[in-house]
Design a protein around this ligand. Structure first.
Ligand SMILES: [Zn+2]
Length: 137
């Protein structure tokens, strides 16, 4: 499933509602596809058992068991909890062709996925800490 615009996601909120719900960094990342600086987010070096949920709508996105140290300064996972929770969108900004990943329920920007991850998937989901919220097991 993919969405042509932000008007198509199940969760719909106004810009004012997003601003009220999210802190300024979360808002810039989740709603305007900003990227937090490497090694500054709260989860790049966080290894507790549990899961990581969408900051916008609370959908569980990544399990701690799939998190690995990619050395890049952002939380990295080799797969989402299932294929349906993530939307992949080709991103041609900044002179590169990358695959953006968004929450499929609310359209929040999460990060990008790269084909250089570890087994078993070979993928690396490079996610902003500001786009996710940890819930312990
Ligand atoms: Zn969401």
């Amino acid at each position: 499933m993919s969405h042509d615009s932000h008007d198509d996601y199940p969760v719909q909120k106004s810009d004012a509602e997003w601003r009220a719900q999210l802190d300024p960094m979360q808002y810039q990342v989740a709603r305007h596809a900003a990227t937090e600086r490497a090694f500054t987010g709260k989860y790049w070096d966080h290894w507790d058992a549990g899961r990581y949920n969408c900051i916008g709508c609370g959908t569980p996105l990544f399990a701690a068991e799939t998190k690995f140290d990619a050395g890049c300064g952002w939380p990295s996972y080799y797969e989402p909890v299932n294929a349906e929770v993530i939307e992949r969108v080709v991103d041609r900004s900044h002179g590169m062709v990358r695959v953006e990943v968004r929450c499929n329920n609310c359209g929040s920007h999460l990060g990008h996925v790269f084909p250089d991850g570890p087994e078993p998937t070979g993928e690396r989901f490079c996610i902003n800490s500001a786009a996710i919220d940890f819930s312990p097991k």
